[in-house]
Structure formats: C-alpha cells, structure tokens
Design a protein around this ligand. Structure first.
Ligand code: NDP
Ligand code: GDR
Length: 348
C-alpha cells in the first residue's frame, strides 16, 4: 500500500486529493495545524480514513517528526496562506508560511530520504499568481514570472526552491502551476464562492446586495476535482517536472456574475451588485489564462468540467446548503423553489 502525506488537508484541494488517493488505495496522512483546530471535527467526519498528524509548515522539527511517522512515498504540499488580498496586510506571515514553508517541507523530504534510504516524491502547489503582470498570453511553463502580490512573490520563492532541490539533490520534486480552480468547497472569501453563495441567498430572499471589487479581472477558472488528478499524475512520472494546469479559457468576474444569476433566472443582476474600493486590490492581476498543452501531452490530463457547469454546480450546492441552514432544524425535508426550471433557458 502506497503512503501519501498531504499538507493543507483541511483546504479545498486537500479534501479532493485525499478522496482521490483513498479511492486509489493509498494510506493517506493529513497534516493538521494548531492545538485545537476548528476544522478537526470536520476532518474526522468527512474524511474518517485520513490519518491525522499534527504539524505546521513553520515548524521544521514537527515536520520531520510527521514524516518519520507517515514514512510517505508521496508528499503533496498544499498548505499555504492562500488568499491573495490578505497577503498585503500580512506580508511577512505569508512570506514565512507560503514561501518559507516550502523550504521546510523540502528539507523534511531530503532528511526523510537520507534517514529511510527510500525515495519520497514531492508535489509543490505553485500558482498562476506567479505570472502576475503576465508577459505572454496564454501563459506556459516558460513564461516570465512577475508576481504582483506578496502571496505571488512567496509562491515564486517556493517554486524556485522546488526546482533548486530537484537540480541540487536530484529529488523527485514537481511543481504544478495551477490556475484558479473552484468548487462548492471553495472558501467564501474567494470571488467565485462569494458570488455563488450570495446568489443562492438572493434567490431565497435572505440577502439583498452583493459588494465586490474589480469586475473586469479575468481568470482561467477550472474545477478543483479535475485539478487534483493532475497533481497525482505528476508524481507518477519517471522524471519530475513543472506543469501548467488550466482550462485555457478566460472569463471576467462580470461573466461569472452573468452565469450565476442566469442560473436563478435573473438576466439583469445590476440591482443586486455594487462595487466598493474596499475589495479593490493595491495591485491587480488583469488577465490569467493558461496553456496546458504540456500537461495534455506528457500527463494525458485534461479538464472535464467547463465554466458554465462549474458555476451551476457551485450555485446549486449553495442553494442546497442555504436551504439546509435555513430550514433544516425546523423541517425534516426542507423544500426550496426549483430555480433550475426558471433558469434553464439561460444555462448552456
Ligand atoms: P485553502 O486556502 O483552501 O487551504 C489552505 C490550507 O493550508 C488549509 O488546510 C490550511 O489549514 C493550511 N495551512 C495554512 N497555514 C498553514 C500552516 N502554517 N501550516 C500548515 N498548514 C497551513 O487552499 P486551496 O485548497 O484552494 O489551495 C491549495 C494550495 O494550492 C495552496 O497552497 C494554494 O496557495 C495553492 N493554489 C490554489 C489555487 C486555487 O485556485 N485554489 C491555484 C493555485 C495554487 P487551516 O484550515 O488550518 O487554516
Ligand atoms: P485569486 O482569487 O486572487 O485569483 O487567487 P480571488 O477569487 O480572490 O480573486 C479573483 C479575482 O476577482 C477579483 N475580485 C474579487 N475577489 C475577491 N476575493 N473578493 C471580491 O469581492 C472581489 N471582487 C473582484 C479579484 O480582484 C481578482 O482579480 C486564487 C487563490 O486561490 C490563490 O491561492 C491562487 O494561487 C490563485 O487563485 C491562482
């Protein structure tokens, strides 16, 4: 039985990756931080087969102990402070966790290999945010990195360290340069989930206004469940490498709003949405769109869920969650209006 250690197990990608690896017969270890992490109960309920180890990316001795316990064949470093907007206010912390944490993980891998005499394959969660002020469209593995946020700079450090450990120590260390990927498990601070949740609440009459920042930013949005498959494929290759994982399609925040509101039968969302400088970033990344042809040809990977399907999946999940939250305690089987019948004409 192969063993995998996942950092960031309580995050969006950690849960999808754990499910994928468990289904493939792996013994999966997840790193949980903090002495009383509020997500511990969620982890035990949703992923009962994951073996939980405590540790923090900032604490190398703790990581070394976790590695000794798990004795992993594969390590997926998904842990990070991942919210770009937060990184301007907390730049040092983000540099330490999202950047320095990668170095700690690489050291822990190196020491574990020395100790056990066995290869440990390593995956680093790099990001399209590294392209920042993008110097080419679409972006591929050779596009110049020009990060525009402390988060992006920290990811560049982690990316180059991963490449450096691969070249210096001959480690099987791969870096996945993943473009934005979303799901019903996305944190509510990110724009897609902020929209899908607000749209569900507006449909149910429990929210009346949605306040956003820059509606013209364009992103390449895919489905997290598809993207974790690429992470696993990278570690199954004979040689480690770097891969862009993306859908190849760019959509604006405005287009996300169009699709989300269309799902509940609303064509003109302007009465519900307003913008505020509060959510506008000090430096913006205007357009990210990825060229995933290397992943297609080398890994045999492709995205399965398209943009419209992704938006519909997220709004649908939030409608269900909101109805459960609203009526679940009072009713055994809460009812909600069938918004899909209202919107079907607008959703392709
Ligand atoms: P999330 O924000 O959902 O999850 C982040 C995870 O990191 C959480 O489990 C969190 O734990 C953990 N974490 C935070 N700080 C520490 C720490 N000091 N020590 C150990 N663990 C810590 O991110 P996603 O699942 O969306 O993303 C996974 C990775 O992929 C991240 O590295 C992200 O930067 C990167 N990425 C994500 C993309 C996306 O579109 N989703 C695109 C490209 C890259 P806790 O719950 O305890 O806070
Ligand atoms: P991003 O995702 O910064 O690309 O990072 P986010 O969803 O936060 O922003 C995407 C774009 O939407 C614009 N925007 C808003 N964003 C938020 N969060 N809230 C708003 O109200 C709002 N209004 C407009 C933003 O300005 C931005 O242009 C995500 C994270 O998962 C990173 O960890 C990951 O590395 C990158 O994707 C690839």
């Amino acid at each position: 039985m192969r063993r995998a250690l996942i950092t960031g197990i309580t995050g969006q990608d950690g849960s999808y990756l754990a499910e994928l690896l468990l289904a493939k017969g792996y013994e999966v270890f997840g790193l949980l931080r903090g002495q009383n992490n509020p997500k511990a109960a969620w982890l035990e309920r949703e992923l009962p087969d994951v073996r939980v180890l405590t540790g923090d990316l900032l604490d190398l001795p703790g990581l070394i102990r976790a590695f000794a316990r798990a004795d992993p064949d594969e390590v997926y470093n998904l842990g990070a402070i991942s919210f770009v907007a937060y990184s301007w206010e907390n730049a040092r912390m983000v540099a330490d966790v999202t950047g320095g944490g990668v170095l700690n993980m690489l050291e822990a891998v190196r020491l574990q290999q020395e100790r056990s005499g066995r290869q440990v394959r390593f995956y680093q969660a790099s990001s399209s945010e590294m392209f920042g002020k993008a110097q080419a469209v679409p972006q591929n593995e050779t596009t110049l990195l020009w990060p525009r946020s402390p988060y992006g700079v920290a990811k560049v450090f982690g990316h180059h360290m991963t490449v450096n450990y691969r070249e210096t120590y001959g480690m099987h260390a791969s870096s996945g340069i993943l473009f934005n990927h979303e799901s019903p498990r996305r944190g509510p601070e990110f724009v897609t989930r902020k929209i899908s949740r607000a749209v569900a609440r507006i449909a149910l009459g429990t929210q009346h206004e949605l306040v956003l920042g820059n509606l013209d930013a364009r992103r390449d949005w895919g489905f997290a469940g598809d993207y974790v498959k690429a992470m696993h494929l990278m570690l199954q290759q004979d040689s480690p490498d770097d891969y862009v994982i993306a859908s190849g399609e760019a959509h604006s925040v405005r287009e996300f709003l169009d699709a989300a509101f269309a799902y509940i039968g609303v064509d003109d969302w302007s009465p519900y949405v307003r913008t505020s400088a509060r959510f506008v970033r000090p430096a913006e990344v205007d357009l990210l769109v990825g060229d995933w042809s290397k992943a297609k040809y080398v890994l045999g990977w492709k995205p399965e869920v398209g943009f419209e399907e992704l938006v519909a999946m997220m709004v649908e999940a939030d409608l269900d969650a909101e109805v459960r939250a609203e009526g679940g305690a009072a009713e055994a089987t809460p009812q909600r209006p069938d918004f899909r019948s209202l919107s079907r004409a607008n959703v392709t």
